[in-house]
Design a protein around this ligand. Structure first.
Ligand SMILES: [Zn+2]
Length: 377
């Protein structure tokens, strides 16, 4: 049984109508579930105070975020990654970010108190938020807050980042922590924001070998993505034996995503989610907390996150997207939502250099395993 966590006030984290990180993505997901006949009854978390973030972010950063969010104009805001196209200053954004961080923290509590084994937080996933600055649409690192809550209780936690971008903020916050293993699959930083997530970023001090980065070639397809997941994540978990898994389930590795270059289809996402759940069952006491994250193709994201919901809840993924949903949203977003949950067999043209890409990804698995072998085995 999967518990859902959501609050309508998450929508207050709204960076503007033209900003890619748009609350409409979750609104569409909930509407699609509703149209399919699933009446989602989420548990509603409460927001958190700024002080609760002190263990994650520097107080000076929190103070600046809260002040500019309430309308104060501060010149030093730019030094904290605020007031640029990725992270514009918008009134109320701090409150919205705290609402979502409260949700992820609440979700962690459900696992800690044994009230649920699986939790889907329909928000959060702000993996780029650093200790001392905003970045990549992210203000407050809800994931780190939730993980810290678990490690305070003595748990070992694995953080699995499926977003197409490197989970740099979470990695940074736990870089020397021996209770947290981070595994990030992402398009290589050579081509994509934030430009980090190299294999040599292994963690430091007691956290050495617990930070695992798997930079994928652009145009990586589902099969070699799964090979990487199986080739590294499975042995990593078998060795680390975490008490719980936290997953950032960004949907921006889909082939239609406007901000990145991976080639996953919706059926690839289904295979990946099923495999991740197996890994959680096998190595993490069956405990898994999923957050949302990136994902900017409005014709793909609701399908992918509904698939995630259905798999976590033990329901079958239906074939067709309800006609009424398509009609309603096609008009609103001026795009054509596909008729089916799964993408057509030939959803995109054959990827040139496919064999080379697969070969490079497989070499990366081997190099990663060679590197960590001295620590893990
Ligand atoms: Zn992303």
């Amino acid at each position: 049984m999967c518990q859902i966590v959501y609050h309508p006030d998450y929508k207050k984290y709204n960076l503007g109508y033209t900003h890619p990180f748009n609350p409409i993505r979750v609104e569409m997901t909930l509407d699609l579930l509703n149209e399919l006949g699933y009446s989602v009854k989420p548990l509603t978390p409460v927001s958190i105070t700024p002080e609760l973030l002190y263990g994650i972010h520097d107080p000076s950063y929190i103070e600046v975020v809260e002040k500019v969010s309430s309308g104060e104009i501060l010149k030093e805001a730019e030094n904290y990654g605020l007031g640029n196209p990725d992270n514009p200053i918008v009134k109320g954004m701090a409150e919205g970010a705290r609402n979502q961080a409260g949700g992820t923290l609440f979700a962690a509590g459900l696992l800690l108190e044994n009230k649920a084994k699986k939790v889907l937080q329909l928000g959060g996933g702000f993996h780029h938020a650093h200790r001392n600055s905003a970045a990549g649409f992210c203000l407050y690192n809800d994931i780190a807050l939730a993980i810290k809550e678990m490690t305070k209780a003595g748990w070992h936690v694995v953080y699995l980042d499926l977003d197409v971008h490197h989970g740099d903020g979470v990695q940074e916050i736990f870089y020397s922590d021996d209770k947290v293993m981070t595994i990030s699959l992402h398009e290589s930083g050579e081509y994509l924001f934030p430009g980090t997530g190299w294999m040599h970023e292994l963690g430091c001090g007691p956290g050495r070998s617990l930070k695992v980065n798997l930079p994928l070639e652009p145009f990586t397809e589902g099969d070699s993505y799964l090979d990487v997941l199986n080739g590294v994540a499975a042995p990593a978990l078998a060795w680390f034996k975490p008490d719980a898994m936290v997953v950032q389930a960004g949907a921006d590795a889909h082939f239609s995503d406007p901000l990145a270059d991976l080639m996953l289809t919706t059926q690839d996402f289904e295979r990946i989610y099923r495999r991740v759940l197996e890994l959680a069952e096998q190595f993490c006491n069956g405990r898994a907390l999923f957050t949302l994250g990136g994902g900017y193709s409005l014709t793909a994201v609701p399908r992918i996150w509904v698939i995630l919901y259905l798999i976590l809840s033990g329901y079958k993924v239906p074939d067709k997207i309800p006609q009424d949903f398509r009609k309603r949203w096609n008009e609103r977003i001026s795009q054509d939502i596909p008729e089916y949950f799964h993408d057509p067999e030939q959803a995109f043209k054959p990827v040139p250099r496919k064999e080379k890409i697969v070969k490079l990804n497989h070499e990366m698995i081997q190099r990663m395993m060679d590197t960590v072998a001295v620590y893990w085995f």
